[in-house]
Design a protein around this ligand. Structure first.
Ligand code: ADP
Ligand code: MG
Length: 268
């Protein structure tokens, strides 16, 4: 696995600052080896799209990055800090829950199913973690939340409940909620897969805006148009390994590996 291509953000400054580094990541569920040694790096401002067939380990990879899964080998580092563990002599011990919770706030996660709290308004959903976990002043958190709702085009829905919103609107709220924690990197797991086709565009548009603003993003997606247009790098996974990674034009239009070609012939 080679380092990623230079991102637009990095080109401007001449720097290549790695935000997220995954090394030799292994994960199994009982006898099933799901991740068989995954290596990748994401630089500041980079948008990486992860593609691959169902069951190839994409969701497990994202969940492992954020230590929502206990990993069986390798390491994940965010801004040079080990995720989920701390070194104790030659051993690695799992971080206590308090530290883990704090670390998780540095990676924003958006899932296929929007996962909003149904009994809270849109605004309450967004300020819940900034106030509860980051101990932000609630007035300040509300102001930030309103600015984020403005950004995702939903300021007028602040006092609505999730059930009163369309799927696309709920997903935009979920994005605003993740952004409210000011994460170093945003992880998206097929954020548009559960949406009716006519609602996909509004969510992708919000994500395009975030990419343009220089947010560091890892996006598992089947939206090849989005990957081609927005990604700085595309990573193709199959069977728990990274098969191919590179610039979207290379991986999507001129793939080198037969498995990538076969997959793309089915989805493009
Ligand atoms: P993808 O997101 O690429 O579709 P997943 O990471 O969801 O793939 O799943 C990879 C493999 O791991 C699949 O075979 C899936 O059934 C299995 N798997 C995922 N989560 C679990 C779990 N909690 N327990 C057992 N098997 C799991
Ligand atoms: Mg998945």
């Amino acid at each position: 696995m080679t380092a990623s291509s230079t991102t637009p953000a990095a080109r401007e400054t001449g720097a290549r600052e790695v935000v997220l580094r995954v090394t030799g990541l292994k994960k199994r569920f009982g006898p099933l080896e799901v991740l068989k040694g995954v290596d990748l790096t994401v630089e500041r401002g980079e948008v990486m799209c992860i593609i691959g067939p169902s069951g190839s380990g994409k969701s497990t990879l994202l969940r492992s990055m954020n230590h929502l899964e206990e990993i069986d080998g390798g390491r994940v580092e965010l801004d040079g800090e080990l995720v989920g563990y701390r070194q104790h002599g030659h051993k690695y011990v799992t971080l206590p829950e308090k530290f883990l919770a704090r670390q998780r706030t540095k990676m924003g996660m958006v899932f296929q199913s929007f996962n909003l709290f149904p009994h809270m308004t849109v605004l309450q959903n967004i300020i819940e973690s900034p106030v509860g976990v980051l101990k932000q002043d609630s007035k300040e958190a509300k102001a930030t939340a309103m600015a984020l709702l403005e950004k995702v085009g939903l300021a007028e829905k602040a006092h609505h409940y999730p059930r009163q919103l369309s799927g696309g609107q709920q997903q935009r709220v979920a994005i605003a909620r993740a952004l409210a924690m000011k994460p170093r990197v945003m992880l998206f797991d097929e954020p548009t897969s559960a949406l009716d086709p006519e609602l996909v565009g509004e969510v992708l548009d919000v994500m395009k805006d975030l990419a343009r603003e220089g947010l560091t993003m890892v996006v598992v997606t089947h939206e090849m148009g989005f990957a081609r247009e927005v990604a700085d790098s595309v990573l193709f996974m199959d069977g728990g390994v990274v098969v191919e990674r590179g610039h979207p034009h290379d991986v999507l239009l001129n793939p080198q590996m037969p498995r990538t070609r076969e997959f793309l012939s089915k989805v493009l």
